[in-house]
Every structure is written in C-alpha cells, then in structure tokens.
Design a protein around this ligand. Sequence first.
Ligand code: SDX
Length: 432
Amino acid sequence: MGKQAKLELDGKTYILPVVVGSEGEHGVDISTLRQTSGLITLDDGYGNTGSCVSKITFIDGDKGILRYRGYPIEELAEKSTFIEAAYLIIYGELPTSAQLKRFSDLLTANEMLHESMKNHFATFPATAHPMAILSSMINAVSCYHPRLIEGYKADMFDVQAARLLSKVRTIAAFAYRVSRGLPAIYPKPSYKYTANFLHMMFSEPYQDYDLKPEVVRALDLIFLLHADHEQNCSTSTVRMIASSQANLFASAAGGVCALWGPLHGGANQAVIEMLEDIHRSGDDGSRFIAAAKDKNSGKRLMGFGHRVYKNYDPRAKIIKAQCDNLLKVLNISDPLLDIAKHLEEAALKDSYFVERKLYPNVDFYSGIIMRAIGIPKEMFTVIFAIGRMPGWIANYKEIVDHQGTRIYRPRQIYTGETERHFVSLNQRKSKA
Ligand code: SDX
C-alpha cells in the first residue's frame, strides 16, 4: 500500500492516496474526493495544485534546478541545439543522427506557408501586435491542412508537430516584415532552423543577412532555454484546450494568447520598457526599486520573481553570461544592460526582495540579447513563443497519448446570490 493522507471534517475521516514522483515530490490524489465526501478543494492561482503527472520537465524551485527529460539545462545549453532539445522534449530521448536528420528534414519540408496566407498578413494594421498575428495565423495555417482539423491521429503527429514548429518561425518573420512594410523573405532550405529565422527576419531581396555564428548561437540558446517549463500558465492552457480534443494548432494558438500577458511571457518586453523608462528618467534604478516595493505604485520589478523558483532562475544565469559574450563580440555597449545589472545587485541586497525570494527570472536579461540582435521589443514574446513551441507540442502529445484523458473541467465554490425570482422591468429599483 502506498502512502496515504487523512482528511477529517465534521467527524468523518477520508483517506486519500499520495502520489510520489520520480524526484520524490508528494501529491495528495484528490480525484475521488468529491465522489466520496462531496468536498472539493480551492486553490487560487493553482499554487498548490498539480493538474497532471508529466514526464517532460522537472523543476526544483528551491534549488534552481531545471531539467528537460532528465538532462540539466546547463548541459543542454552548453552542448545541444534548440532543434535537438526540441526533439528530446517532444519524443523523450536525445535523437540519433538519423532521427535528427529526419526531424530536421521534416522541418525544412514544412517551412513554407501557403502563398494565399500572405493575404491575411496584408489585412493587419502595421501597428498590430505580432502576438495577435501569431495566435490568429497559427489557426489560419491549420485551415490549409484540413486533416489536421480532424484532431489527433498518431500516424500524423510527426508531420503536424514539424509543421507547427517550422511554420511558427515563418509566420513570426513574415509578421515582422509586413509590420515594417518590407517584402516577405522566403525560407532557404539550406539553412538550419535559427539561421533561417534570422534570414527571413533580416535579409533583403537584394542582399542576404550576414549570419554571424555568435548571433545564431545566441538566439538558438534563447530558443533552447525557453523550450519547456512544466505547467506554467501557457502550457497549462495548451493542455486545457488539448483535453477537449481540439487540434494541435488550436491548442498552440491558445498557448500564445496566455503567454502574451506581462506577468508571463510578455514580461521580456515589459523588462526592456522598464529599463528604457529608467534610462530616460535618469534614474540609476534606485527610484524604480523603491516604487516596485510600494504596493500603491502599480509597478513591479519586471523580470523578477517566479511562482516556482525561490532561487535564481538557472536560465537567467545562462542568459546573463550570454549577454556579456554577445555584446563583446558585437562591440555593443548597452546602457540598459548596466541598469539591469544595477537593479539586480540592488534588489538582491534589499530585504523586500530577499524576504520574498524574488530573483531574476528568464525574462530579466533575455531582451538585452534580442535588442543586440536587432529584434524589436514587440517581437520579444513571439521569440519566447517560438522557443516554447516544443514544450507545448510535448504537453499536447502527453494529453492525447494518455488513454482515458478526461476533459479539464475545474470545479468552483459559488459565492453569488442564492435563489431569487424574476422582477418585471417596471418593478425594479436601482441598487446604486
Ligand atoms: C515567466 O510559470 C513559469 O514557469 C513561467 C515562466 C516560463 O518559463 O513559462 O518561467 C516564464 O512567466 C517568468 C515570470 C515573468 N513575469 C515577470 O517577471 C513579472 C514580474 N513578476 C511577478 O509579477 C511575479 O513574481 C510572478 C507573476 C512571476 C509570480 O507571481 P506570484 O507567484 O503570484 O507571486 P505574487 O504576485 O503573489 O507575489 C508574492 C509577493 C507579493 O508581495 P506581498 O503581497 O507578499 O507583500 O512578492 C511580490 C508581490 O507583490 N512580488 C513582487 C514581484 N513579484 C512578486 N514585487 C515587486 N516586483 C516583482 N517582480
């Protein structure tokens, strides 16, 4: 008999099984609670609730550990590439050379968009946020692949996954080009994933973009570091949508919308806007830190804090080091990096942040790298979405592969009006 938990209420005792994960995490399994007791649990923001068991990513927030399928993020960041890590996350194992070649060939075969998709891009105003374009165009792409709309077919998964992962890059680059009134640049089959994205973003019809290896490597690392992060807001959204048996593209489009929020993936854009405001105001960061501690200021130190990490986000450490490397190679000195470092130094010595265990997260430094590459800040969360696509695909696969997956349908505790009866219009009195 495995471990059990005991719940006592109103003189009754309920025994609940305890699930123990491969890293020793304990979860009280309440899947029979309502049926046996009529009770439900309540957990605002799901801070204490596991929605699933998963084999994809492990995080230890206290120790600052992040592993994709058991491999430490530090090793993958040093030795792997985004596409190899994407294969690992989606399929569970590091690919052999043959598997990696097949995966890469599938991505190449699916990098183009249907030519009539260009009509959709043309209808967006130049000011349209690329995250709005991305989420709508992911669903638009699926309309050109009717079999995809039919929902999950195991024998179609590899092509669907490659189609989504490859085309999301083309959609993003086209959205950027159209927003600048520039001609779309088509992918080059000879280029690998990240180089091709940079080519589609920054080449011109008359001149190819100069693909500096250090720039390609820096962006590939950004994608790799964002590739999955267990049950964050957007990934949970993807699983929620997938649980209704909606198709992969619909699930990913929903993930894009959840990621957009400034408390989540939108934070990377918010960090740069925060640093720009501080720079413009001539503040060395001290005034902003004071405001971020003041609940009435409506300001937060963006890029700081995390629901799970109560230690330094391991991804932030890697990105911060990459910032220094890349700016040196590109011979760029960015005042925003200096301000970011000053903010980090001040916050990590300030009891407000220390007591709340608020450390830099993945978004704190990533924008500095994207700025150095020339990616505009409104595209930062799109870059996050491209990086996160393997994680969303893997979580979608976990849902659809799991026999007996039930539709996600949380309960609630109702606190509204008790029963009352209809009042005709001429009888109603304003409550104001
Ligand atoms: C991502 O979940 C993931 O894994 C996400 C992600 C991924 O890879 O998918 O890691 C990516 O989304 C990273 C987080 C990006 N967001 C930001 O950087 C926005 C700024 N950070 C916060 O808003 C906040 O820290 C969250 C949203 C990240 C976490 O919020 P929680 O867990 O709900 O924490 P909370 O808002 O309840 O804060 C606890 C306390 C509060 O103070 P008290 O009420 O206890 O006095 O800490 C304070 C908060 O006011 N606080 C901050 C703060 N973050 C938390 N105060 C100032 N600045 C901050 N950044």
